[in-house]
Design a protein. Structure first.
Lengths: 448, 264
């Protein structure tokens, strides 16, 4: 394959992209160039998007693995937080993207791999968030003032809860899984939808008889993770920084590390007998079980694995937001994550990542920008096609276009690219095996 | 030869319909046997009882010393019985090789920890599985096609892949539900030769449901005839062919036609 001659007709960009050294230089130049531009003009959305696109290029370009890894590391581990210091909003966006990437990857296991349509996924996110919010805040002191020597738990407990929430969400996943094992397709979807609502309604109403969740008012202030070690490291390096400036970067890295872990776990599940069993269940449940796949165990494992990611992210979300209430865990949130998975490509890991990124950026930035621009035009009384925008009735207010445009994008995607942005690609296992055998034979022949 | 599979008095009802009525059946190890019967006679239902898809209301099924009634299909597969389906049921969006690997699921002794930590054991088991799957591809004549999606295979190859997937579970008994359905005579002949090789090389016991009489008579050493959920005849192909009850079941008599309900 490496001996393959470059076809004479491959000209221009294509020919350039076949020469790795050149690609590497171009890529590095692009990444550095866009980050300099963003640093220079921190308010430009377009430049920030161009900078984010560099990550896409890093993974799409044909470059050696070490270069890909190094470039991603520099971009995510160094440039991104640096730009975040210039414009804090970008770091917030990046952190949000990370959270949704983990959620999308979790749901991708349940829906994309195992084919179990879950419309209440955000419930697990809520379980994680509330588990830390209740104990990591003075919430319980309202009922039991005597506990004030323990509660709220300190920031060190945050890390314990990160693990605990994984377990708790996984257990909740199994609890949801057990009664719905026999259900498929639309029936399963309805039950999970109901489950999601039950959790939200519980959060909304568990302020009586014992005030656990503080109802619709929500819980605040939620303890943030212990920052002392980070500050200590910074002090030793001679940097004086206040917690207020460090926390966003801290959360960013926390999310980044967890997302990397989640990607690793998902990848390993997918490339194993467990992942194959999940996909077999998705393709044909009855045939899968006839081939010896233990249906109950595999389905529960899918629910548990998917839920655990959401549980961990829930803890981070609660502590990052400082405040949570049931509004953050609505049905629409579940649908949003589902849209990310479907938009990205069901069952595909890069797809879920890209889907989560795209939808988050659309929601937080592009569509916001659109309505802001339209609003500015309206206020300035710009005339389009002879119609003065200042005369727009309140029913047609620009802010209302956000969801509509998002909906149109979803519809268009499903019509023109139903398999998603990056459809799941199959591993070429036979090729690998044939190749391995050929190499083995060659080695043997060479040795003997 | 010992008995590998035996059922006694198996009765399966669906509401008012008695799909199987007190069926007794025995299969000796190493045999190739067939179950035949008119449409709706209960052949596939019997398969589904054997493989644990249905739980019979009465009767027992014993396989290699284990009672099967009450076991789940995957447990039965683990005990060494695997099947194919009447209408092909491959995992269409997975590759040919992955289909075979799924068939091996019950033979891969790996824990979730092995998978997540990528232990040496994981790599070893996975490499062995891959090598075996590769060999199975050769056995079913699909080498070089392993990375294609199963749904893109031509019909005959899909039938073979389904057998290959079942073989991957290392069965002692292979149940084939109409394996030659939709095949032309040449393909059916080829399949029969393949089944004989399997028996010879792997020492398999094979039980077929078949409509193609040429296949049934050509390959089976023993034929069981079902009609209306009851066993009406059993014996060598020659014996069964001569049995008046079998002829009656297939061709019908004046009297029987009158007895049957108008529809069905």
């Amino acid at each position: 394959m490496s001996h393959e001659a470059v076809p004479a007709r491959a000209t221009g960009l294509r020919a350039v992209l076949r020469k790795p050294p050149l690609v590497m230089v171009l890529l590095a130049a692009y990444v550095l160039g866009t980050s300099l531009l963003v640093a220079n003009t921190p308010r430009s959305l377009l430049l920030f998007l161009l900078f984010l696109a560099s990550l896409l290029l890093i993974f799409a370009a044909q470059v050696p693995r070490w270069f890909r890894g190094a470039a991603a590391l520099v971009t995510l581990g160094f440039l991104m937080p640096l730009l975040g210091l210039r414009n804090g909003f970008y770091l917030e966006v990046a952190t949000q993207i990370g959270i949704f990437v983990a959620l999308a990857l979790g749901l991708n296991i349940v829906v994309g791999l195992a084919g179990l349509l879950d419309l209440g996924y955000v419930a697990f996110y809520a379980v994680g968030a509330y588990s830390w919010a209740i104990l990591g805040s003075p919430q319980l002191l309202k009922t039991w003032p005597g506990l004030d020597h323990i509660l709220p738990l300190s920031g060190w407990w945050f890390f314990v809860f990160l693990l605990l929430a994984v377990v708790l969400a996984a257990v909740t996943g199994v609890l949801l899984g057990l009664p719905v094992l026999r259900l498929r397709g639309d029936y399963l979807a309805i039950v999970t939808l109901g489950f999601g609502e039950v959790i939200r309604v519980l959060a909304n109403n568990l302020d009586k008889p014992i005030n656990l969740t503080n109802g619709p008012i929500g819980i605040t202030p939620i303890t943030r993770p212990a920052i002392e070690p980070v500050l200590w490291v910074l002090r030793t390096l001679g940097v004086q920084a206040s917690p207020a400036t460090v926390y966003p970067v801290y959360f960013y890295f926390l999310v980044l590390v967890i997302v990397l872990l989640v990607i690793l776990v998902t990848q390993r599940f997918k490339d194993s007998h467990i992942g194959r069993a999940w996909e077999a269940i998705r393709e044909d449940e009855e045939a899968a079980v006839a081939m010896g796949v233990p249906l109950v165990r595999m389905k529960l494992l899918a629910f548990a694995a998917g839920a655990s990611f959401a549980g961990a992210m829930g803890v981070i979300f609660a502590s990052k937001q400082y405040f949570i209430n049931p509004e953050s865990f609505t049905f629409l949130e579940s649908i949003g994550v589902l849209a990310m998975v479907i938009l990205g490509g069901m069952g595909s890991i890069p797809g879920a990542i890209l889907g989560a990124t795209t939808v988050t950026i659309l929601n937080l930035q592009v569509l916001k920008q659109l309505s802001l621009t339209l609003n500015a035009w309206k206020n300035a009384g710009v005339t389009i096609l002879g119609y003065n925008l200042a005369n727009l009735p309140p029913q047609l207010e620009p802010a209302k276009y956000e969801r509509m445009v998002f909906g149109i994008i979803l519809i268009l995607m499903m019509i023109f690219r139903p398999q998603g942005i990056i459809p799941s690609r199959r591993r070429r296992l036979e090729l690998e095996e044939t190749h391995r055998r050929a190499t083995e034979a060659a080695v043997e022949a060479g040795v003997v | 030869m010992g008995v590998i599979l035996a059922c006694h008095g198996v009765t399966k009802r669906f509401g008012g319909l008695v799909a199987l009525h007190g069926v007794d059946f025995q299969l000796e190890e190493g045999r190739i046997a067939s179950i035949i019967g008119p449409n709706g006679a209960g052949k596939t239902t019997l398969f589904n009882v054997f493989t644990g898809v249905y739980r019979p209301e009465e009767g027992s099924v014993r396989f290699r010393g284990h009672e099967l009634v009450g076991l789940r299909p995957d447990q039965i597969t683990r005990l060494g019985m695997c099947r194919t389906f009447q209408n092909i049921r491959l995992f269409g969006n997975m590759t040919v090789l992955e289909n075979i690997l799924v068939g091996m699921h019950s033979r891969l002794h790996l824990s979730t920890v092995d998978v997540l930590l990528r232990t040496p054991r994981f790599h070893q088991v996975e490499a062995q599985a891959l090598a075996r799957a590769h060999d199975l591809l050769g056995l079913i004549g699909l080498q070089g096609r392993g990375d294609e999606l199963a749904k893109n295979l031509p019909y005959g190859d899909q039938r073979r892949l389904e057998i290959g997937r079942a073989l991957a579970s290392e069965p002692r008994l292979l149940l084939l539900d109409e394996p030659t359905a939709g095949m032309n005579p040449a393909e059916a002949q080829e399949l029969m030769a393949f089944l004989r090789t399997l028996r010879q090389e792997l020492g398999l016991t094979i039980l077929l449901i078949e409509h193609n009489m040429r296949v049934v008579m050509g390959i089976s050493e023993r034929v069981t005839v079902l009609d209306y959920g009851q066993k009406i005849a059993e014996g060598s192909p020659e014996e069964v062919q001569r049995d008046p009850r079998v002829i009656e079941a297939y061709l019908g008599t004046r009297q029987r036609l009158a007895e049957r309900p108008a529809v069905g």
